[in-house]
Design a protein around this ligand. Structure first.
Ligand code: G3I
Ligand code: 9MR
Length: 584
């Protein structure tokens, strides 16, 4: 019984092809598994045939009977899942059902995610503004420098945006483009830099064992810290003299799909606010700890900046970002702003940083600790709009800095979330630890962040069942999903070809920049041309009205097929974590 898979959308043209609601083949992590990992194969349908696994010599190594059939509401499918975890001998295996070969080989081996981790990290280099990407590092995706950002206009200081005086400007160069657009955003940089530095704090030896060929300015730095510094340096330029931090550097409106050097509209540093200042404070404090042993001067500079930003936020606790009418780039302003989660995260990172810097008995340190204690944790998971979980990660892991009550409270937040995720992962048709609210814009990053919670639960308890949950999240991203796609460009048997990513759209290179996790399916329909008047939008790819099917591999789909730094970062963390845990 051969299952044909409908071809993925080809070419850059926004051809309207609606997907069949599911593929009838085995859905599996297309990169493979570590020998000791949990290995699940999901099969849409309710076929009575079992599953046979053969090695490359054709020898049957595993036979499983047809399992129970479960409904999976997120795709509206009936599915069966086969547990092939008994496959532990490294090798490549083929699946047979009803005596027929059914495709998508299974790889079992060590370091199956190394190349993915390196490419996902390398992508941050590809996102660098203000510098040319040379062929020796960027290969065929080499490009000219874009956005020198040496004369960024302070929003409101020029006549174009209603200001009176001549536009005051700042130098706000370096830093990563946020996503498919050329904006640079502090809020999104916060959670992104946290996640990459957390990966380094948790798995330094593994990350130091990798190299991904980026230019080196700071030879003594570990490679990941070299890359992260490129964005930290930009973030530091966004702090005003009074300690307040601007929200973003962007043009007033999104530009067209052109290469960076062609995107030449004026760029603005837009509006200091409390959320940006607190995210800045938190991540600068964290970075001051991570860089302290290799560059004390840089660490001290960041800690000083962090304290100033926190001070500004305390003086302006209600100064939330409101997008002005003449600014139409990304807002990164969650509707439910109260700032409590950002204050909590910043206080936790600042207190730990002061302890590490030997200033635990400072008056300021006492303030940070008091503020943290007065602002109890909530059960919220991590996304750019709620950073509570980042504060919980910090405190739960650092019983040397924080008292046992705080550590216990933080640990409870992490473990409660992890237990809820594991319960879903172990009982859902696709074995995916996800909540209904995981299916918002950027759903793939929610799955990766869910995996990050599960990894932290393992780090805190040593309970390997949390690792199974983390594996289930990565499996989904790499192929165990109804779209039968590895959602990372250039990785897997079937991967996105047309991401919403200006360089990939306009560089005249057929292959998209590799190592990018696309946003993934969700039902927001923000990029669907519902009234027929918005030609740049997409045909209705969400006809099935199921969240896990509402994905379109086309440049038009910025709501499901864009890429973003806060989406790649948890992918790096999750894949690196599994390599380390299974590599032990
Ligand atoms: O939080 C609410 C939730 O309570 C509600 O149930 C749900 C469904 O309505 O919506 C949730 O808010 C969503 C929010 O993301 C958080 O998930 C908004 O609807 C949704 O519009 C918002 O999308 C954001 C999108 O920009 C549009 O603002 C994405 O998170 C964010 O990743 C994306 O970021 C863009 C930048 O602005 C510009 N650069 C590209 C980048 C990626 O697309
Ligand atoms: O490219 C922009 C992407 O980064 C944003 O996430 C998205 C939603 O804010 O907007 C994209 O820009 C589009 C703009 O909103 C409308 N004109 C077409 C632009 C490219 O699709």
């Amino acid at each position: 019984m051969n299952f044909s898979k409908s071809a993925f959308l080809a070419g850059a043209a926004s051809v309207a092809v609606s997907f069949s609601s599911a593929f009838a083949g085995p859905l599996v992590n297309q990169l493979g598994f570590a020998p000791d990992a949990e290995k699940m194969v999901v099969y849409p349908g309710s076929d009575a045939n079992g599953l046979e696994v053969r090695d490359l010599n054709g020898k049957t190594v595993l036979k499983l009977d047809a399992p129970m059939v479960y409904d999976w509401d997120y795709s509206g499918e009936e599915v069966q899942s086969f547990d092939i975890s008994a496959l532990k001998v490294p090798g490549t295996y083929r699946l047979f059902r009803g005596g027929e070969y059914v495709g998508t080989p299974i790889v079992v081996g060590k370091n199956v995610y190394d190349d993915l981790v390196k490419a996902a990290l390398k992508w941050f280099y590809y996102q660098r503004s203000s510098m040319a990407l040379d062929p020796q590092y960027a290969g065929k995706w080499a490009r000219a420098a874009g956005h020198k950002d040496d004369k960024v206009i302070i929003y409101g200081s020029d006549k174009v945006t209603g200001g009176k005086g001549a536009g005051k400007t700042i130098k706000s160069d370096r830093g990563w483009y946020d996503a498919g657009d050329y904006g640079k955003y502090i809020v999104n940089s916060g959670i992104t830099v946290f996640t990459l530095l957390e990966a380094y704090e948790n798995f330094p030896k593994y990350l130091d064992s990798l190299s991904w060929n980026i230019p080196r300015e700071f030879a003594k730095y570990p490679e990941i810290l070299e890359e992260v510094r490129y964005n930290l340096d930009w973030m530091l330029t966004m702090q005003d003299k009074d300690g307040g931090v601007y929200h973003k550097v962007t043009t007033l409106k999104f530009g067209g799909s052109v290469m960076p050097e062609k995107d030449d509209a004026p760029r603005y540093a837009i509006i200091k606010n409390v959320t940006a200042s607190l995210d800045f404070a938190a991540v600068m404090a964290q970075a001051s700890v991570v860089y302290r042993n290799i560059d004390k001067a840089y660490a001290d500079k960041m800690l000083k900046a962090a304290e100033k930003a926190y001070g500004w936020a305390k003086k302006n606790p209600k100064a939330f970002y409101k997008q002005p009418a003449d600014v139409q780039t990304g807002s990164y302003a969650p509707g439910d702003e109260n700032g409590k989660d950002e204050f909590r995260w910043a206080a936790a990172e600042l207190y730990r940083a002061k302890v590490v810097a030997g200033s635990k008995n400072d008056k300021a340190a006492a303030t940070y600790l008091a503020d943290l204690k007065a602002n109890p944790f909530t059960p919220d998971g991590a996304w750019w709009g709620n950073v509570n979980m980042l504060a919980a990660f910090r405190v739960a892991q650092d019983s040397a800095s924080f008292d046992k009550d705080l550590v216990a409270a933080a640990k409870k937040v992490v473990l409660d979330e992890a237990n809820n995720l594991r319960a879903v992962g172990d009982t859902s048709g696709y074995h995916l630890p996800a909540f209904p609210w995981s299916w918002n814009w950027g759903s793939n990053s929610a799955m990766a962040n869910n995996g990050m919670v599960l990894v932290h639960a393992y780090l805190l308890t040593g309970d390997r069942s949390y690792v199974d949950g983390a594996q289930q999240c990565l499996d989904y991203l790499l192929g165990k999903n109804p779209m039968d796609i590895s959602y990372v460009t250039g990785f897997g048997y079937r991967s996105p070809r047309n991401p919403h990513h200006r360089p990939s759209e306009s560089d005249m290179v057929d292959d998209p920049v590799p190592g990018m996790l696309v946003g993934g399916p969700h039902l927001g329909k923000q990029d669907i041309n519902l009234d027929g008047k918005e030609h740049w939008k997409c045909p209705d790819y969400a006809a099935a009205d199921k969240p896990a099917l509402a994905y379109l591999d086309n440049r038009c789909s910025y709501a499901t097929n864009e890429v973003a730094i806060n989406w790649n970062a948890p992918l790096v963390y999750l894949a690196a974590a599994l390599e380390v845990i299974y590599g032990k």
